[in-house]
Design a protein around this ligand. Structure first.
Ligand SMILES: [Zn+2]
Ligand SMILES: [Zn+2]
Length: 249
């Protein structure tokens, strides 16, 4: 995972996972990553949904390494997120329209529309978007390199299809699961389409026993309470994720 913009703490304001150095899942923190060579190596970005904490640094990321790139950045997303990028971000107001540049010049960014359940092969990875439950259309991602597979699902209420697909993946080595709000904010969690620790416990029952589940996307203002409540579940395979950690599976 990439740390949020400000170093020296473990609060998660923004969301980006970099896989094998070249593929990013979400672009909340990607353009604010202090390692510019690391940014340059990332050529593909898969977006889970259009919320700002997952896309806000995408325009900055594209601009940061523009001059040194031999090939375009490819952004992969389902139709609603592609539409949002086109209308809300690269619209000539919030940021220049890199998708439809002046005639005679090439676009600086390619958008690849994904379909739910259809796998994309990129840089030795098979990445499959799977729909989850959130206030805007949202995909979790199953990332598989042929030896190990992980699920990344940061923003979802309790869900089913994802766990049905994950159960059929024999190489599943880890799940990164959003655990955003403390129990006392369950009404807000329901409106926001996020999990409380009690709901994380129910989701764990749908995941193969023994697969480590990393709790991520914890709301910064409630981090200590959420972590206390997650630990109180007593689940041995539940780990508090760290946004500055490199995970190897
Ligand atoms: Zn969201
Ligand atoms: Zn989010």
């Amino acid at each position: 995972m990439l740390p949020s913009a400000v170093a020296g703490h473990d609060l998660e304001f923004l969301t980006t996972f970099v896989v094998n150095g070249t593929v990013a899942i979400d672009a909340g923190a990607l353009g604010f990553w202090g390692d510019l060579d690391g940014q340059l190596r990332v050529g593909h970005v898969f977006l889970s949904h259009s919320h700002a904490d997952h896309v806000c640094s995408l325009p900055i990321f594209v601009t940061n390494t523009l001059d040194e790139r031999a090939r375009n950045i490819v952004v992969h997303g389902h139709a609603p997120v592609v539409d949002s990028l086109s209308r809300d971000v690269f619209n000539g107001r919030l940021w220049p329209d890199f998708l439809r540049p002046a005639s005679g010049t090439r676009p600086l960014l390619e958008l690849e529309e994904t379909s739910e359940g259809r796998c994309c092969e990129v840089d030795g990875l098979r990445i499959t978007p799977i729909p989850v439950d959130h206030p805007v259309p949202t995909m979790a991602h199953l990332v598989d390199d042929g030896e190990s597979a992980v699920v990344i699902s940061t923003d979802s209420a309790p869900t089913r299809e994802l766990w049905r697909v994950a159960a059929r993946m024999p190489r599943l080595k880890a799940v990164f699961l959003g655990a955003s709000f403390p129990e006392e904010q369950s009404a807000l969690a329901r409106i926001a389409g996020h999990l409380t620790p009690g709901q994380v416990d129910e989701e764990l029952a749908k995941i193969a026993a023994g697969v480590p589940v990393y709790a991520v996307h914890i709301k910064p203002g409630h981090r200590d309470a959420v972590i206390d409540q997650l630990r109180a579940l007593g689940r041995r395979n539940l780990v508090i994720g760290r946004s500055d950690a490199d995970y190897v599976f």
